[in-house]
Design a protein around this ligand. Structure first.
Ligand SMILES: N[C@@H](CCC(=O)N[C@@H](CS)C(=O)NCC(=O)O)C(=O)O
Length: 123
């Protein structure tokens, strides 16, 4: 399951990967992804996958024992109120928000396969 987080900018919506954004992020050492997670297997496997793929990310702790997954800020990204979630910051008009660890894995697999093509051939 995936969905877009709230868009308060009024910008046109649409999912479009950007090679130039990825190059700029790399040059400025800006992480490509944000991961919201807790110390559970479903959560931890997401940063493990990102490490294995060599993709940069910022890890945000969400303490599900304290109910931090039910705050309005978190629910704006995942109304299901569960971790992990992944925010892809390389998407124009993003971030693109993904939930469900298995869906995140499939997304990262496709994303990393397309990476070289996007960087080499997209403006
Ligand atoms: N099938 C989901 C399970 C997600 C899930 O159940 N996350 C738990 C932690 S492992 C959670 O956020 N629990 C808090 C709650 O349900 O309130 C996945 O693989 O991502």
């Amino acid at each position: 399951m995936s969905f877009r987080g709230p868009d308060k900018s009024g910008q046109k919506k649409g999912v479009s990967m950007s090679g130039s954004f990825i190059r700029a992020a790399a040059e400025e050492e800006r992480p490509l992804f944000d991961v919201y997670a807790f110390a559970t297997p479903n959560s931890v496997k997401v940063p493990i996958a990102l490490e294995e793929l060599g993709l940069s990310y910022t890890l945000h702790g969400v303490n599900v024992r304290k109910g931090e997954q039910k705050t309005p800020e978190f629910l704006a990204f995942n109304p299901n109120g569960k971790v992990p979630i992944l925010l892809d910051r390389t998407v124009e008009n993003g971030p693109f928000v993904l939930t469900e660890s298995a869906a995140i894995f499939v997304y990262l697999d496709v994303w990393s396969r397309d990476l070289v093509v996007r960087i080499m051939y997209e403006p």
